[in-house]
Design a protein around this ligand. Sequence first.
Ligand code: UT7
Length: 349
Amino acid sequence: MPLSKIAGIGMYVPEKVVTNNDLKKWMDTEDSWIQERTGILERRLAHRTEETTTTMAVEAAKIAIERAGITAQDIDFIVFATLSPDYYFPGCGVLVQRALKMKEVGALDVRNQCSGFLYAISVADQFIKSGMYKNILVIGAEKHSMGMDYSTRGRNVSVIFGDGAGAVVLQPTEKENQGILSTHLHSDGGSAEILAQYNPGSHANHWMETPVADFDDAEVGEMFMSHAMIDKAQLFPFMDGPTVFKKAIVKFPEVIVEALTKNGYTTEDLNLLIPHQANLRISQFVQQKLKLRDDQVFNNIMSYGNTTAASVPIALCEAWQNGKIKEGDLVCLAAFGSGFTWASALLKW
Ligand code: UT7
């Protein structure tokens, strides 16, 4: 059974740089607060109308496809991970199929937030290993800026997130001892509401004692989105940051060690860990816990913020472009986030 390898990788981030000080135009915050708590110096925000999650994804995909030495016509399946799709439905996968004038291939959308790209890679990996497909385009992309609360009310969430896209082409490997060795997927829905965007949705306040949506002025057909929800700012994401932080620093190391152990490796064998760029303090905590050297961990959250499903492919792409990954290197990708869901993938580059 062939393994799958990353045959091409690409990334796209919007041109517009927004520094921590720039955010002060919109909210009461401090560069020092953001740097100390998150490590973030700046993030990229998409053009309001000219860039969407899909347009950014398409730019990243074009690079990945070219680097794989194929054309968009050769792609036989698309897996697209995002929490900020262009439309509520249909998903972004079909928009990529259309934009890149691909054949009528399957297009699957994955909704696993921060670990979305790893779930997407895992799905694609199974299709390659089974022999069903030969060239799979896997994308993680987000336009967070379209739905964030950039007032002081939303500062504990909005300062962290940025926009961007990353993409890879997966192909069966021809070489021995190369490619994705294993993937590991987990979830704990007990904490689903800790990091979530409740509205618009069909929940009807079913899951929580304290209502998260006001439908008082809504008929049944309007309960998806009511005027009261808009008036009460119930259409923004919610995050209990400290609770997410505490769980993340336990689950990240666990799922990394799980991947290494499964393949007979230890942390000493690891050439590079690419953690989801949630918060530099989380990455540093994980590094310390696993006793990894600085050169074994790649971080770029300082420049891009947390780009959720896009963060792992953007970081992987940048690490590779900067010459930090060589053929034969043992690379671990890991992520934790909303759901909670968490995941890892171990690969020989
Ligand atoms: O990828 C998705 C997964 N998400 C994560 O992994 C996020 C994990 N959590 C975190 O990264 C951290 O919890 C945050 C960076 C979100 C927050 O850091 P914290 O140290 O946990 O701060 P906090 O939420 O406990 O807030 C501390 C104080 C509060 O003020 P009071 O109540 O102590 O007076 C906040 O109102 O900081 C205040 N605060 C801010 N101050 C200035 C919150 N946001 C800001 C801000 N600027 N942007």
